[in-house]
Design a protein around this ligand. Structure first.
Ligand code: ISE
Length: 359
């Protein structure tokens, strides 16, 4: 529902990302206020709520709905819990910013699409924040310009310092590579049609039972390949880079993390500790644009449709990871006209719609 007053936001999940969004809405973003922080861990909820004057806490989303009036919700729980908040939030017609992934499987994403289409227009924006990062936007513009010829391949490095407890092999795809699964079609302008996963020598510094790093190969319609190194226990910090190989040039993004300083016999650049710092500007832009759009009754960024496409590829990716085979991606449905409504400038290009099995 459009609103002239500040957007009253519930933040569900007070972990690293949820707490960061509470702080962001309170101190950086205009036009919104956090009215409730939801987390079953009361201490965590209170610690996050303490950064947002006036915000109360609740142990569940249902409790929050009974306690306060809200216009919007930011979902920052682990991915497998998203559907349980998305469905009741959609039923109430709330504006939603759902952290990635939309859901952790294709069937759940389809249920979300179905529920959303009972409304008059898209209400869900998915937190694929890389689409708001200047490096990716510049690279996309370079691809679109055709200036360097066709895009042949992408080398993507996705490195985390360490993994949290309970981080599983499947999460390499469902929680981490899901970013490349979204941003590769965004850059290339074509859907992903096949996935393959290779497993190089294991990093002995990774938790027991986690076979990583892995190399994930994403192939788009015309044969452009993204070779993604997912490497999540590198110890030294957080690093996400892309080298794009064109017919007549190579463009690199993601290495501009600060001044290249030469001192005391060494040359070096800072390495951010986590995604919070690396993508801080992208998160700020994403959330401000979502708030502005939600107050107008719309979204301005990747939609639940983009979240669904990513979940189809991720499902194929998990199969490729388990089987060692190249798995073709089969999209079960074409983009509903509903998703042409209210999608903002950073939504997928028309040409990135996949062809449909059996259509
Ligand atoms: C985390 O949830 C993120 O979204 C980060 O961007 C990603 O680098 C990390 O691997 C994920 O676990």
């Amino acid at each position: 529902m459009p609103t002239t007053g500040p957007l009253r936001v519930a933040v569900v999940g007070a972990g690293m990302m949820g707490a960061d969004h509470v702080r962001r809405i309170t101190s950086t973003i205009s036009g919104a206020e956090v009215v409730v922080v939801v987390d079953p861990d009361g201490d965590r909820a209170s610690a996050a709520a303490a950064t947002a004057p006036g915000a109360v806490t609740a142990a569940s989303f249902e409790e929050a709905l009974d306690a306060v009036e809200i216009d919007a919700v930011i979902i920052a729980t682990p991915g497998f819990l998203h559907e349980a908040v998305l469905l009741p939030a959609l039923e109430r017609g709330l504006a939603i910013l759902c952290e990635k992934p939309l859901t952790t499987d294709e069937a759940a994403s389809l249920r979300v699409l179905e529920a959303e289409q009972r409304l008059d227009r898209p209400h869900v924006q998915v937190g694929f924040m890389r689409r708001f990062d200047q490096g990716y936007l510049d690279l996309r513009a370079l691809v679109e310009s055709g200036e360097q010829g066709a895009l042949l391949a992408l080398h993507c490095a996705h490195r985390n310092a360490t993994t949290p407890p309970n981080y599983s092999e499947e999460m390499l795809i469902l929680d981490s590579v899901i970013h490349e699964i979204d941003v590769v079609p965004f850059l290339v302008g074509e859907p992903i049609v096949a996935v393959e996963v290779k497993k190089p020598r294991r990093n002995s510094l990774a938790p027991a039972g986690l076979p990583e790093p892995q190399i994930v190969i994403l192939e788009t319609t015309s044969g452009t390949m993204a070779i993604v190194e997912i490497n999540v226990n590198v110890q030294f910090g957080y690093q996400v880079t892309t080298d794009a190989v064109f017919e007549s040039g190579v463009a690199s993004i993601g290495r501009e993390t600060g001044p290249l300083l030469t001192t005391a016999g060494r040359t070096g650049q800072p390495v951010p500790p986590s995604f919070k710092e690396r993508f801080a500007a992208a998160y700020d832009t994403q959330v401000q644009r979502w708030v502005d759009a939600a107050r107008r009754g719309t979204i301005d960024g990747p939609s639940a449709w983009d979240g669904y496409l990513a979940s189809v590829v991720a499902t194929a990716g998990v199969e490729a990871q388990a089987s060692g085979r190249r798995v073709e991606v089969e999209y079960a449905m074409a983009k509903p006209a509903f998703y042409e409504l209210g999608a903002g400038a950073s939504a997928g290009r028309a040409s990135s719609s996949p062809s449909v099995v059996g259509a």
